[in-house]
Design a protein around this ligand. Structure first.
Ligand code: K7E
Ligand code: CUA
Length: 658
C-alpha cells in the first residue's frame, strides 16, 4: 500500500516536471534529466524510502533550516547548534572548554572560564549534559540557553544574541551534578539537581558515615533576565536524602511551581567491591522501587526568603528537616533504576521510565495533590512523606527494554527512548486533551543505531510541542559510518514523526565527533533573533554594551606609564593600526583591539606567538587582553581569518626590547 502510494507520488512529480519542462525547455532535455534521477537512484542502490528521506532532508545551497537543535557536546564541554532537517552543524558554542577558532580562553573568555573555577581550582573542561532554552509561559523564547557540567557541578549561561557564553557558575556545595539544567516556565530559576551524594561543600567524611554525613542536593539558581546572569545572592539549595537524585523537570501549567526529580540508590549503597560489599551496579539496583521526588518550589522560595536556611560555602541551604516541616518535599515510589522524569505539555502528568522495567509509569499531578491533601501515612528513613504508588499512578504503559527518556508531540503522542532495545517507542497519552480515543497504549516502535540515550522532539518539552521531527542521540554507531579506528563517532539520527500512527522513518544519520551527546532541545528557527553584527562599533560582548575603552579611528597608539603599557588598536580590512608595537621586557601590557567592520562575516583574527594570545574579533567587537612581556624578541602578529585579498599583509610586529 505504502509502495503504491509512493510510486503514485513520484509519478505525479515526474509528470508535473515533465509537462512544465515541455513548456519551458525542449522535450529532449527533460527526458534526459528525469531518466537521470532514476539512473542515479539505481546506480546508488537507493530504495523508495531513501529517496523520500533525501527529499525531506536535502537542503539546497542557500535554503535555510526550519529548526535549530542545541545539543550537548558531552565531554567536549561545548554545545552544538545544528540545523534541522539538514542536520548541518552551524556552530560550536564554546562553554566549559577553551575553543581556539573563537579565541575562547586565549585572551578572551578567560574571565568567564575562571568564573567556573571549582573552589578556586582551575578546571578547563566540562561534561556538558542537559541544555535548557529559556522559556516564557512554558514556551521557548529564543533568548538564553543554559547547560550543566556533570563532571564539576557547574552551570553556564549562553546569550543567544551572539551564541556566546556569558557566565559559568560553580556550585560550591557539590562536585558533580546531573539534573541540570532545567528551567521553570518563565525562567525564574535554573534548576541544577545533584547526582552522587557527598558531604556539602568541600568537607571530608568517611564512607561509613554515608547515611548521616552525605547529602543529596538540588539547587535553584535565580536568573536575572535584565542582567543576563544568574544572581547567586537570590539563589538557594535544598538538602535531600543521600539518594542519587538524577534528572529533574519543572512542572508547567497546572503543575507550575513544582519540580520533579527521579532518583536512584535509595539503597544508600557505597560500593566497596572486593571489601565484601556489593559492587555499585548491584548495590544500587537492589530495591524494586526508588523515589520520585516532588518539590514545592513556590513554598521553598518562601522558606528561603524567610531566612529559614543555613549557610554552607556562601550558599543558602534549606536543611532536610526544615524542608519536611514546611511540606516542601514528597516522595512516591518509582520502578527500578529510573532515568529522568518528563512532564507532559499540559503539566498534568509526570512520566518516569525505569531502566530495569519495561514500562513507563505515568503519575497524575492531580492525584499527587489529592494524596497530599489526604495526608501521607508513610515516611522514608529520613522522615520524608511517601505517597503510595497506587494513589498517584495514572497509567503504566509497556514500551520495551531499557526505557529512558520521554518527549511529546502535537498529536497527543509521547516518545520514549529504549536503550536496550535500541529503539524509540511511540505511545498514546490516554488523558483528556491528548488521545483518550486510543488510551494509554504503545503505538509503534522504530529501531535506531544504536544504544539511544536522550531523544529530542521539536519543541518537545514545552507546553506546545511542534512534533514533526525527533532526533535520537545514540551513544554507539558501530556499522553506520566508515571506520575511524577503535573510537567511533556518536550518531544523531533524524526521524520523521509527522505522520502519526505506526509510521516513523529514520531520514538522516549525522556522525558527531564529540561524545557523548546527552540531551538536546530543538527550537523553531524564527524564534531566534541573533545579531548580524554587533549593534555598535566598540561593542563589548561581556557587558553587551559599548566598551568605554573601545578604540576609535585616530585614537590608536602605544602609551607608557612606568612599566604599564596601553596599546590601542583598530582592525579593518586589511590593516591593523598601529603596525608596530615597541615595548620593553618586564612591561605589563593592556591591549585593546576594536574591529571597525560593519559588514556581515567580516571577522578578523589576531594572534601573538609565545604569549598564547589568539582572538576572534567579530564585526564591531572590542576585545581587551593583558600579558606580562616576560620574553624579549620580535613577535609577528597576524590576522588568522582570511578576511580579504590582502589578508596575508594584515600583520604587524611586537618588538620587546631586552
Ligand atoms: Cu546521558 Cu540525561 Cu546524563 Cu540520560 S543522560 S542517557
Ligand atoms: Cu583580517 Cu585576515
Amino acid at each position: 500500500m505504502k509502495k503504491l502510494k509512493f510510486i503514485f507520488v513520484i509519478a505525479l512529480v515526474i509528470m508535473v516536471a515533465f509537462s512544465a519542462g515541455r513548456f519551458f525547455f525542449p522535450q529532449k532535455d527533460v527526458e534526459a534529466r528525469s531518466s537521470g534521477w532514476a539512473q542515479i537512484a539505481d546506480e546508488r542502490g537507493l530504495t523508495e524510502d531513501d529517496i523520500r528521506a533525501a527529499m525531506m532532508t536535502y537542503t539546497p545551497s542557500g535554503m535555510l533550516d526550519q529548526y535549530v537543535m542545541f545539543a550537548s557536546g558531552g565531554h567536549s564541554g561545548q554545545v552544538f547548534a545544528i540545523g534541522l532537517p539538514s542536520m548541518r552543524l552551524l556552530r560550536t558554542i564554546a562553554v566549559f572548554t577553551p575553543e581556539p577558532w573563537q579565541g575562547y580562553g586565549y585572551g578572551t573568555g578567560n574571565d568567564i572560564l575562571e568564573g567556573g573555577n571549582s573552589l578556586g581550582a582551575e578546571v578547563m573542561w566540562g561534561d556538558s549534559h542537559h541544555p535548557a532554552l529559556s522559556e516564557t509561559d512554558g514556551d521557548y523564547d529564543g533568548q538564553w540557553l543554559f547547560i550543566g557540567d556533570k563532571a564539576n557541578g557547574r552551570v553556564a549561561v549562553i546569550d543567544l544574541r551572539d551564541f556566546e557564553t556569558k557566565q559559568i557558575i560553580d556550585n560550591p556545595l557539590y562536585f558533580n551534578d546531573h539534573g541540570g539544567t532545567f528551567v521553570t516556565p518563565n525562567t525564574e530559576y535554573v534548576i541544577e539537581g545533584g547526582q552522587y551524594a557527598q558531604p556539602l561543600g568541600s568537607e571530608y567524611a568517611p564512607l561509613d558515615s554515608y547515611e548521616s554525613e552525605y547529602k543529596g542536593l538540588i539547587t535553584f539558581w535565580k536568573f536575572d533576565r535584565e542582567a543576563g546572569r544568574i544572581d547567586e545572592s537570590q539563589s538557594f539549595a535544598m538538602e535531600l536524602p543521600p539518594y542519587w537524585q538524577d534528572l529533574c523537570d519543572a512542572g508547567k501549567k497546572v503543575s507550575e511551581g513544582w519540580v520533579f526529580c527521579n532518583s536512584i540508590n535509595t539503597e544508600l549503597a557505597t560500593g566497596g567491591a572486593g571489601k565484601g560489599q556489593p559492587p555499585f551496579e548491584a548495590g544500587v539496583s537492589q530495591n524494586t522501587t526508588d523515589y520520585l521526588h516532588m518539590i514545592n518550589l513556590k513554598a521553598a522560595e518562601e522558606v528561603f526568603k524567610a531566612g529559614n536556611t543555613v549557610e554552607v560555602e556562601g550558599m543558602q541551604v534549606i536543611p532536610l528537616d526544615v524542608a519536611v516541616q514546611n511540606n516542601l518535599l514528597y516522595f512516591a515510589p518509582e520502578p527500578r533504576s529510573p532515568h529522568g522524569v518528563d512532564v507532559a505539555p499540559g503539566g498534568e502528568y509526570m512520566v518516569v521510565a525505569g531502566k530495569l522495567d519495561p514500562h513507563v509509569t505515568v503519575y497524575s499531578f492531580q492525584k499527587v495533590m489529592d494524596a497530599i491533601a489526604a495526608g501521607p501515612t508513610e515516611t522514608d528513613v529520613y522522615g520524608v512523606p511517601v505517597l503510595s504508588l497506587e494513589s498517584v499512578r495514572e497509567a503504566e504503559v509497556e514500551v520495551g527494554l531499557g526505557p529512558l527518556h520521554t518527549q511529546f508531540d502535537n498529536q497527543g503522542y509521547a516518545y520514549t527512548s529504549l536503550f536496550l532495545d535500541s529503539a524509540v517507542a511511540r505511545w498514546s497519552l490516554g488523558g483528556e486533551g491528548y488521545r483518550p480515543e486510543d488510551g494509554w497504549k504503545l503505538q509503534a516502535k522504530i529501531p535506531v543505531q544504536y544504544n539511544v540515550g536522550h531523544i529530542a522532539v521539536a519543541e518537545g518539552d514545552t507546553v506546545a510541542p511542534d512534533g514533526a521531527y525527533l532526533v535520537a542521540l545514540n551513544k554507539w554507531s558501530i556499522d553506520r559510518f566508515l571506520s575511524t579506528g577503535p573510537l567511533l563517532p556518536q550518531n544523531l539520527q533524524l526521524i520523521d514523526i509527522s505522520q502519526g500512527g505506526e509510521t516513523m522513518q529514520v531520514i538522516y544519520d549525522m556522525p558527531i565527533t564529540a561524545g557523548e551527546p546527552h540531551y538536546a532541545q530543538i527550537i523553531k528557527a524564527d524564534k531566534l533573533q541573533p545579531w548580524d553584527v554587533y549593534p555598535e562599533v566598540g561593542w563589548n560582548p561581556i557587558t553587551q554594551s559599548v566598551d568605554p575603552n573601545a578604540v576609535a579611528p585616530g585614537e590608536e597608539g602605544v602609551v607608557r606609564d612606568g612599566n604599564n603599557v596601553t596599546v590601542k588598536m583598530t582592525a579593518i580590512r586589511s590593516h591593523f593600526t598601529p603596525e608596530h608595537v615597541e615595548i620593553k621586557a618586564g612591561d605589563h601590557v593592556v591591549w585593546t583591539i576594536t574591529n571597525m567592520e560593519r559588514a556581515r562575516d567580516a571577522t578578523h583574527g589576531f594572534s601573538i606567538p609565545y604569549y598564547n594570545i589568539n582572538l576572534s574579533i567579530e564585526p564591531g567587537e572590542t576585545i581587551t587582553f593583558e600579558f606580562d612581556a616576560t620574553k624579549s624578541g620580535v613577535f609577528s602578529w597576524y590576522c588568522t581569518e582570511f578576511c580579504s585579498a590582502l589578508h596575508l599583509e594584515m600583520m604587524g610586529y611586537l618588538l620587546v626590547e631586552p
